[in-house]
Write a protein that binds this ligand. Structure first.
Ligand SMILES: [Zn+2]
Length: 277
């Protein structure tokens, strides 16, 4: 046995106490001018199992994980501080089910926030989730937002086609009714008369329907002002010219009923386009 080994054995009690207090084998070996392996062997010789004295990486992780999180330690920094391989640290944490960072929770908070933004956006402007994410420049996936909406029982599908203008139609939130093949009925308000109804989406897109039936009837017909003989392509154009716009609805309803109406010294009459020449 070497002198150094004998010295370690002689001092084994104090060495054990110091290791328990956190001293490393390397530091102790340095003090005795030898290698850690000799210290281990010497202590073994007097019945001291060094492995039992040293805190295991698992225990160290369990005891310090909260501290590390608070400090925001990264895996690289921590592995270096603990004198272990990064991979051992990763696998130990994984085995213990511990996560160094609250990344999941942070991500989750970000999704909650993004979901709020998407809801607000779609409530105000209509459209779908993908468009909202893109327009808002959010860094979240559509499925993450969908997940949150489902959890909260929020259905934004009624806003899918809302708040768009097609001619005189202004689409509104409402149940979108699928019909025919690949078509749907969209709830909309006629901006001319304020009436609401369902319009076929393909008709809106193709501009086949640009307002409610009763308004379209009149806008497609020309009108004549009897007193001046002037002909206008629509009632709207006539009332604007005659400065009678506030009375537009009244005139239209009366023309609908009787074909002509007197107002402000003018007699307005409907003209059938086919007989108009
Ligand atoms: Zn209308």
């Amino acid at each position: 046995m070497s002198v150094k080994s004998e010295a370690v054995k002689r001092d084994s009690e104090s060495i054990v106490a110091r290791i328990k207090a956190g001293a490393t084998i390397t530091a102790i070996a340095d003090e005795y001018g030898t290698y850690p392996s000799l210290v281990k062997r010497a202590l073994n010789g007097v019945g001291v199992d060094i492995k039992r004295l040293l805190p295991t990486l698992a225990n160290t992780c369990r005891e310090n994980i909260n501290e590390w999180r608070k400090e925001g330690k990264t895996l690289d920094v921590l592995a270096e501080e603990l004198g272990v391989k990064r991979s051992s640290l990763v696998s130990t944490l994984h085995r213990l089910g511990l996560k160094l960072h609250h990344r999941e929770r942070m991500r989750s908070a970000a999704v909650d926030e993004a979901t709020e933004e998407v809801i607000k956006y779609i409530h105000q402007r209509g459209g779908n989730i993908i468009k909202a994410i893109r327009d808002l420049g959010l860094k979240v996936s559509e499925s993450a937002i969908r997940g949150r909406l489902a959890e909260r029982g929020i259905d934004l599908s009624s806003f899918r086609f809302s708040y768009r203008t097609y001619g005189d139609w202004y689409t509104l939130p409402g149940k979108v009714e699928e019909c025919y093949v690949n078509d749907k009925k969209i709830y909309a308000r006629c901006l001319r008369c304020g009436s609401t109804g369902y319009v076929l989406y393909t008709n809106l897109l193709a501009a086949k329907s640009t307002g409610c039936m009763s308004c379209r009837t009149w806008t497609q017909k020309t009108v004549r002002v009897v007193e001046t003989g002037e002909v206008y392509k629509s009632l709207r154009k006539a009332v604007i010219k005659l400065d009678l716009l506030p009375a537009y609805q009244r005139i239209r309803q009366n023309l609908n009923k009787s074909g002509s109406y007197e107002i402000g010294g003018f007699t307005i009459e409907a003209v059938d386009p086919s007989s108009d020449g």
